[in-house]
Design a protein around this ligand. Sequence first.
Ligand code: ATP
Ligand code: MG
Ligand code: MG
Ligand code: MG
Length: 471
Amino acid sequence: STFTTKDVRNTFLNYFEKNQHKQLPSSSLLPHNDPTLLFTNAGMVQFKNQFLGLQESKHKMVTTSQKCVRAGGKHNDLENVGYTARHHTFFEMLGNFSFGGYNSFKRDAIHHAWNLLTKEFNLPPSRLAISVLEGDEESADIWRKEIGLPNEKIMYLGKEDNFWSMGDGPGPCGPCSEIFWDHGPDKLVDGERYLEIWNLVFMQYFRNDKGVLEKLATPCIDTGMGLERMTSVLQSKATNYDIDLFQNLINGVKQQIHSNPTQSALVGKENPERVETALRVVIDHLRSMAFLISDGIIPFNVGRGYVLRKIIRRALSYGKILGFNQPFLYQLVPLLIVEMGDTYPQLQERFKEIQNVIYNEELTFYTAIQRGIPYLEDMIDKKSLNEESLFDLYQTYGLPLEMSEVKAKQNNISINMEQVNKLIEDTRKKSRSTWKSSGSGGSSSNNATVPDQVLRWKNDNIEPDFIGYQS
Ligand code: ATP
Ligand code: MG
Ligand code: MG
Ligand code: MG
């Protein structure tokens, strides 16, 4: 097909602009003023208050391409990356939204979606299927009678799949109808025939803090289409990682590998499937780390900064499979900018910061590894690697957990990471309480100890109004 990733984005946005939607920019990956959410995980996040009627919207119909990260919280795809064809930690969600702007809210959303897919993207209707929430006959009827879909293309699914909410806490939510691409009965991907490409959410409720659904004054529309998935369909690729954007990034990593003959030879002997997984993880995580840093997040021990650190370390752990033993991710940032810099100028503006933050994190990682790996390998040889000894390695040599975890997995040693994390948490608590008791007799009711304050301060630093990088 002739659609590049950029064409897909533009075709989507232009279609809705043509249909009286205002095109708005993506919001930051740091949800503005929303402590309930780790990172922006959907296009609707920046419009939360408009859905709830708490804020008047200048435009009743809008369209965006939204930066999303799903690496923690309710929607967490971190562990999927490398192993499924369709999941990323960072991806773009294309969306159209109505805050009471559609004449008939479900009908308009469904008709727009169908028009765009079959008239602009020219997908054959016979290859599309849809789902609705069990009991939502209103939506099913629109698909059946107005769009003309045969019954066998309509799946009725339960709340697990077809009732959308942003997170587990209070917030807007509602039933949804999803659109799938049919790979065909004998062309399964990840064992599945249907690929979910677009979710049409009928925002009708506010789930309050007691978990009770309250009807919204104005029913709203929120839709989300995965840009990378849509592109894979239009480029007739089996996985997202085969589209132009990712292939260009993957080729960059391959060039790095092949510029070093020893490394190249080593990787040549690796299991090709493992290499493929590692390449996917590296370039997927490259995108999420660069975008998170460009939105002001820095690696840290807790909170959002910790998720960023985890992403970088996971990339480096898989980088080992590709023979990387010293900083290399930071060198890929310029290539990412070639691919995405014109759509997201912030990447260009913050190029130096992004590179520096990644480089420093890489250095720390490799230093720790150099010290810790011989001990890790020794434990694997002696079959003494378990939760306790893995924790020791972390504690004594700073050997990143992600590294030990990957190594253990490779050697078929099962480690309960929850147990390891609990050991870490316990020592943290212990050290905190020793610190407290050595303080100058502060009252015990005052639990805002200095370490806690430092933690909070560090966390404040990564909130949206952090201006450290500009100043
Ligand atoms: P899946 O069931 O495949 O995990 P989802 O139901 O969690 O997807 P939604 O929350 O409905 O996804 O998000 C709307 C759309 O965003 C999806 O239909 C898909 O096209 C895209 N999408 C969701 N998660 C990812 C991801 N991790 N990587 C890339 N695209 C995604
Ligand atoms: Mg999902
Ligand atoms: Mg789904
Ligand atoms: Mg979905």
